[in-house]
Design a protein around this ligand. Structure first.
Ligand code: DGY
Length: 320
């Protein structure tokens, strides 16, 4: 008998068809108020659950007593309560590696876009406000040969360091739970304390996963250590930053600007002051969102799911 898998995020038809050779799929392209109770009912007899972002906690797991595999279509798995998952002997998987280069492209793009005020300039041209003279009020800051501080030197952090150092001649400082000797050798990255990194960097790029230790890692005190000309970039999760403190720092101009792909609450509220600030660039959590990479992520998540359900070792098992 085939195992049942509930999918709650977009997955290309081609991949779902392949999965259907071994699984019966119940597909929700996205969850909303209208289909939520149907989704919960489908959990009762499902063996697999695949998607991203949904809190996989005690409450949800209590609705899914037959669950064997939770397959995240994302590298981050802060949505998973690993203790609750482990208690039930459920296999948990994610999608590392396939999104590393694409996400690094996005985050490096955020650095350039913020420093050079590209979204503001684009709007200015499109709205017919291109005066002959572009004055100082529209100037940005250099990126090349500046100092980039990366907090969280994992796969994506290293790929950002590669772009910054080899392509833009930037000096790299980093802070991480452990030393990354590869990045030290390949990109001359210098390991330092968080405090030193914040004080010395022109760009502070936060890439650490969200955990109990990293929640609000950047708050008022940390923002105060940053240079007045510094740009803060967040490519991790919104909750790694005290967003109120970030707003205050930007309002008081104790830092120059911010490039954000993630927020305390997503989608971000229309009234959030960050959306009205000229030196702030806001992306809608799209680090990995290219056709090729999202396909590769869904493909890997599907392989994780099928292997987990058929007794083989999934390629990207989350260790707990
Ligand atoms: C990831 O893969 O973790 C991205 O941030 C999308 O959630």
């Amino acid at each position: 008998m085939k195992s049942k898998v509930v999918i709650y995020k977009p997955v290309p038809l081609e991949i779902r068809k392949k999965m259907e050779k071994t699984c019966d799929i119940v597909y929700f392209e996205q969850l909303n108020d209208t289909n939520h109770s149907q989704f919960i009912n489908e959990l009762a007899d499902t063996q697999g659950l695949m998607g991203s972002g949904l809190p996989i906690n005690e409450e949800l797991l209590n609705h899914a007593p037959n669950l064997k595999v939770v397959s995240n279509i994302s590298v981050g798995y802060n949505n998973m309560d690993l203790a609750a998952i482990k208690k039930r002997n459920i296999i948990a998987t994610n999608t590392p590696d396939v999104l590393t280069e694409t996400t690094a492209d996005t985050i490096f793009g955020l650095i350039l876009t913020t420093a050079r005020r590209m979204t503001e300039l684009d709007q200015l041209v499109k709205s017919g406000q291109w005066n002959e003279l572009i004055g100082e009020e529209l100037f940005g800051l250099d990126v090349h040969h500046k100092k980039l501080g990366i907090i969280g030197m994992g796969r994506i952090g290293s790929a950002i360091a590669k772009r910054a150092h080899l392509g833009f001649g930037m000096d790299i400082l980093y802070n991480n739970r452990s030393r990354n000797e590869e990045a030290e050798q390949a990109y001359e990255a210098t390991y330092c304390s968080l405090e030193d990194l914040l004080q010395q960097s022109d760009f502070v790029c936060l890439m650490t996963p969200l955990s109990a230790e990293t929640e609000h890692l950047i708050g008022e005190k940390e923002l105060r250590l940053m240079k007045k000309t510094a740009i803060f970039i967040n490519g991790s999760r919104g909750k790694t930053v005290d967003e109120e403190a970030l707003i205050r720092a930007l309002e008081k101009k104790t830092i120059w600007g911010a490039g954000l792909d993630v927020y305390q609450k997503e989608p971000v509220d229309k009234e959030n002051p960050l959306l009205k600030m000229p030196h702030v660039v806001t992306f809608p959590h799209i680090g990995s969102a290219t056709y090729e990479t999202r396909f590769a992520m869904a493909e890997l998540a599907a392989e994780n799911m099928v292997k987990g359900l058929t007794g083989e070792k999934p390629p990207s098992l989350i260790k707990y």
